[in-house]
Design a protein around this ligand. Structure first.
Ligand code: AHR
Length: 501
């Protein structure tokens, strides 16, 4: 099987926002409790209650941003339950996730500590659904306030004399669903009301946009009706929202599973994944109708795989195979190729939930194939995305609706070209001719390459075989000059760094 890609070095798309490599952690199943928080008295090594192995693994990904506390949880969360001495914090029920007991041992201070330990910017989603503008405003003041106020004093007493300086704030989550079942125009009116009380802190506020899995009409209506209402400005002092967030999960057919799936089910999920490209353009086009200068950033607040066994009663737990790795790579490539419009993207969710980076079992921890993709793709961060043209056969049965066999993205930084490529064909390698076009007679002086593949697309890491799937070095692969033929194994992800002469 053959394909060709052409990298147009002179055609710059935009700088890849580091935040497209963001993560999301919710109070849900074993994500926060056990996955991240074990408590200071735990036998599991920890720093101030946060498990050390997970922090070390996450640090290696260079995570730019971490969204918390939900998700659906956010619109039922009372932030005051999660501050102050831990022994005094109330116990509540996690109503969206099986009424699981919520001990509130992990709250705002612990979240900020986690972000600092892993080196990520905090992103807090405010409770709009069951909260109030006052509670939201008070949380922002508590976190970021300087000077003299009772709330600031309380934060100091709780151990943080310096402000947290949280820049990113969500104004509610999935308001079309678990956030309150609002109509888009009703939500837009609420956002304006909330912003009136949040605008005094110089923060970046993100409204929740449509659900990618909805039919086209609902997605379009959510975006257009939101902005139609939103654009009705009553006073020039009114300041706009800074971001608007799409949520889109890759589903797999009901019959399929996380580990057991047929080739047809596999291609179905891949096809579902690559819809992300069109969704980004579609939502941006809806926003552009009211925001032609693109002052409001497009954020992908939640994305990743959602397999049938990830249910509320299983804490949305699922295994993570090479298929998930390909979904991660395809999405990250899409975000890099759309660097001009995608400002942030957060995969769901960091530990033990949905397309997790990390799985834990008591004191043990493993990383998933998706983790390796994030680690391999890091070099795109803050690089200049350049145009890539694809000439690829269709995967699967080769039908017009099937996804192309080869996809990828390219970016430039410091004279180096970083190229990421996927072969989604389940059982065949593909020979890709890579052509460098433009620039000043480009040729490759030096290169390094890494590849993630498996003998079977269902390959995964388990506590018995924690390193069954891991990347291997593949250089040298470039044969010279401005073009080379690279062999991509079946169902594989590759990352090449080319030093251009
Ligand atoms: O990530 C799991 C859930 O998916 C989130 O809580 C919600 O926002 C979305 O529907």
């Amino acid at each position: 099987m053959k394909a060709r890609i052409t990298i147009v070095l002179d055609e710059k798309i935009g700088t890849v926002n580091r935040n497209i490599f963001g993560h999301f952690a919710e109070h849900l199943g074993r994500c926060i409790y056990e996955g991240i928080w074990v408590g200071e008295d735990s036998a599991i090594p920890n720093v101030r209650g946060i498990r050390t192995d997970v922090v070390q693994a996450l640090r290696r990904l260079d995570p730019p941003v971490l969204r918390w506390p939900g998700g659906c949880f956010a619109d039922a969360y009372r932030w005051r339950d999660g501050i102050g001495p831990r022994k005094d914090r109330p116990r509540t029920l996690n109503i969206h996730w099986g009424n699981a007991p919520e001990t509130n041992q992990f709250g705002t201070h612990e979240f900020i500590d986690l972000c600092r330990q892993i080196g990520a910017e905090p992103y807090i989603c405010l409770n709009l659904g069951s909260g109030s503008p006052r509670e939201a405003r008070e949380l922002v003041e508590y976190c970021n306030g300087v000077g003299d106020s009772t709330l600031i004093e309380e934060r100091r007493k709780n151990g943080s004399p310096e402000p947290f300086n949280v820049r990113y704030w969500g104004v509610g989550n999935e308001l079309w669903g678990c956030g309150g079942h609002l109509q888009p125009s009703a939500y837009a009116a609420e956002v304006k009301r909330y912003l009136t009380f949040l605008n005094h802190f110089g923060i970046f506020k993100i409204a929740c946009g449509p659900r990618g899995t909805n039919p086209f009409e609902l997605r379009r209506d959510w975006t257009l009706e939101f902005f139609r209402e939103y654009a009705k400005v009553q006073h020039p002092s009114q300041r706009p929202v800074d971001g608007f967030a799409l949520h889109f999960y890759t589903r797999s057919p009901e019959a399929g599973g996380d580990l057991e799936f047929s080739p047809a089910e596999y291609y179905w999920s891949i096809q579902d994944t690559v819809r992300m490209d069109g969704l980004i353009r579609e939502v941006r086009a809806g926003m552009d109708a009211y925001d032609p200068g693109q002052d409001i950033a497009l954020v992908i607040d939640e994305w990743g795989t959602w397999h049938p066994q990830a249910r509320s009663d299983t804490g949305l737990e699922q295994q993570n195979t090479m298929r998930d790795a390909l979904v991660a790579a395809l999405n990250l490539d899409i975000f890099v190729r759309n660097a001009d419009v995608v400002a942030m993207a957060n995969i769901a969710q960091t530990v033990n939930v949905l397309q997790a980076m990390i799985l834990t079992k008591g004191e043990r921890m493993i990383v998933t194939p998706s983790y390796h993709v994030f680690e391999m793709y890091r070099r795109h961060q803050a690089a200049e995305s350049v145009r890539v043209l694809f000439d690829s056969p269709k995967a699967g049965s080769g039908a017009p609706a099937d996804p192309p066999v080869v996809a990828g993205a390219a970016s430039l930084k410091d004279g180096r070209l970083f190229l990421t490529l996927t072969n989604v064909q389940i059982d065949q390698p593909v020979d890709v001719e890579v052509v460098l076009l433009g620039g000043d007679h480009p040729s490759v002086r030096r290169e390094t390459g890494r590849q993630l593949a498996g003998t079977d697309v269902r390959d995964h890491n388990s506590f018995d075989r924690p390193e069954a799937v891991r990347p291997v070095d593949v250089s040298p692969v470039w044969k010279g000059g401005d073009r080379s033929v690279l062999r991509l194994p079946a169902h594989s992800v590759s990352a090449l760094e080319l030093e251009l002469a």
